[in-house]
Design a binder for this molecule. Structure first.
Ligand code: ACO
Length: 426
């Protein structure tokens, strides 16, 4: 039976329908409220569903994350990032042939045009790789604009393939630029994650040699980051995309949103924090600072807007981290000891327990990526690489059915109308 909520506006009773979710919270449909001259107020969208979606489901209280209905733990263990990308884009797992065709088309489009690659010449070696990645993704819009037709499913898939195929190459180019080395072409014989590692750490003209443990762990990181429903960057992609702009431009907007330390930049911030703490004996001092309301310091890698239990991705990442640390001989890394002690202490303290502040995926991915030899400024780039199929799937979902330009309202608290005062009379 469909639920309804009655709202009393100055004595006038209004029936508001409740939309039924297939899983999770139902949603009060407030669209008619505008006819009564009233808006809803929800800064930061804590209680607002901005769209309907069939892609990903999260139950933050139970620590559940499903892509198209499949639990993240199963996908991380059994699938690959490209299979997950296909699943997100198409809604179903591929057959063997469908997966091969998809993988082949990704492989065919990984190469970046030499002329386009000159874009990187405009940056210094010290430029943050995220600045280069944002610019390069936005720049791709120039290559795929003439045939722009966002309502055409063929154009949508073409954009999806190009973005998923080219992001590892762009990410690796940003890294090579930062270390002053020549770019390395993708190798069609390698898997997606192997290719990325080869393009970052290989030597020009030499046969690729990539550790299976590292490429598998990296592929897992990509899977764990592939989508997370209406997070800040995905909502940004949807918001920019709702203006009917070029999808590459919408994805560039999402990439910029991901950069911040409250979102994808947190894995970089985690490492910065661990380096700053540097010794187990100093942890108490930082815990004290995190609890102090007068101090803006927060424990990076702890807490999540949605997960108020544990982050299921963090659990997968925690075990994968161990395999990498062992292979890299980094189990004795002092930063790791600081991280482990910090996690234990924070989990015991009332402040963190009461507020349900658990370690999130960034806490473990930061440590894993460091052990892999990936430089800290590249961490958010790795997140960008992983999130690409999620962003493009949400964009595709939005433009595939009728949508409106996203245009939030506000509660105006400024001055009332007043007359302009001549500058000599102020
Ligand atoms: N350290 C210390 N205190 C914290 C932390 C933290 N990491 N996170 C939240 N709190 C406190 C807040 O100060 C607040 O305390 P109060 O109730 O006494 O005022 C309470 O916990 C609730 O916090 P909110 O800020 O309301 O939580 P919100 O859901 O808005 O924020 C966020 C979530 C942004 C992730 C926050 O926990 C944070 O900044 N964490 C650190 C950064 C981080 O790890 N970000 C990664 C997010 S995951 C991702 O993007 C993949």
């Amino acid at each position: 039976m469909a639920q309804k909520v009655k709202i009393d506006i100055d004595g006038k009773l209004i029936d508001m329908p409740v939309l039924e979710a297939s899983e999770g919270f139902n949603v009060l449909d407030v669209r008619d409220l505008i006819n009564e001259g009233i808006f809803t107020y929800d800064p930061g969208f804590l209680s607002t569903a901005s769209c309907d979606s069939k892609v990903t489901f999260i139950d933050g209280d139970k620590g559940i994350l499903l892509y198209r209905g499949y639990p993240i733990e199963q996908l991380a263990e059994k699938s690959s990032h490209l299979e997950v990308s296909y699943l997100l884009l198409h809604g179903e797992l591929p057959t063997k042939t469908q997966l091969e065709t998809f993988e082949n088309s990704i492989n065919q489009h990984m190469q970046i045009d030499k002329q386009f690659a000159k874009l990187f010449d405009g940056f210094n070696e010290s430029s943050h790789p995220m600045a280069m990645v944002c610019a390069a993704i936005a720049g791709l819009a120039s290559l795929y604009h003439d045939d722009l037709d966002i309502s055409d499913p063929e154009y949508q898939m073409k954009a999806a393939i190009q973005l998923i195929a080219k992001i590892p190459t762009i990410a690796a180019m940003a890294y090579r630029k930062s270390i002053g080395k020549d770019f390395i072409d993708p190798d069609p014989e390698l898997t997606y994650a192997e290719n990325f590692l080869h393009m970052c750490f290989g030597e020009s003209g030499e046969t690729a040699s990539v550790s299976k443990t590292l490429s598998r762990a990296l592929d897992k990181i990509f899977i764990l980051h592939a989508d997370h429903e209406q997070n800040a960057s995905t909502s940004t992609v949807r918001m920019a995309g709702s203006t009917e702009c070029n999808p590459f431009a919408a994805i560039a907007a999402g990439t910029a949103a991901l950069w911040g330390p409250s979102h994808g930049g947190a894995n970089e911030a985690v490492l910065g924090m661990l380096i700053e703490i540097s010794e187990i004996s100093r942890i108490d001092e930082y815990i004290k600072r995190a609890k102090d309301k007068e101090d803006p310091f927060k424990l990076m890698g702890f807490g999540h807007r949605v997960y108020k239990n544990f982050d299921p991705r963090a659990t997968v990442m925690q075990s994968s981290a161990h395999a990498v640390l062992e292979e890299q001989g980094a189990s004795n890394d002092p930063l790791l000891s600081v991280a482990q002690s910090l996690e234990r202490i924070a989990r015991e303290q009332e402040y963190f327990v009461e507020r349900k502040l658990y370690p999130n995926i960034d806490f473990y991915s930061g440590i894993t990526l460091k052990a892999m030899g990936i430089p800290v400024p590249m961490f958010t780039v790795i997140f960008t690489l992983g999130r690409m199929p999620g962003w493009i799937t949400h964009w595709k979902e939005m433009v595939s059915s009728p949508f409106k330009i996203a245009r939030p309202r506000q509660l105006y608290l400024g001055e009332n109308s007043r007359n302009y005062i001549d500058i000599n009379k102020r």
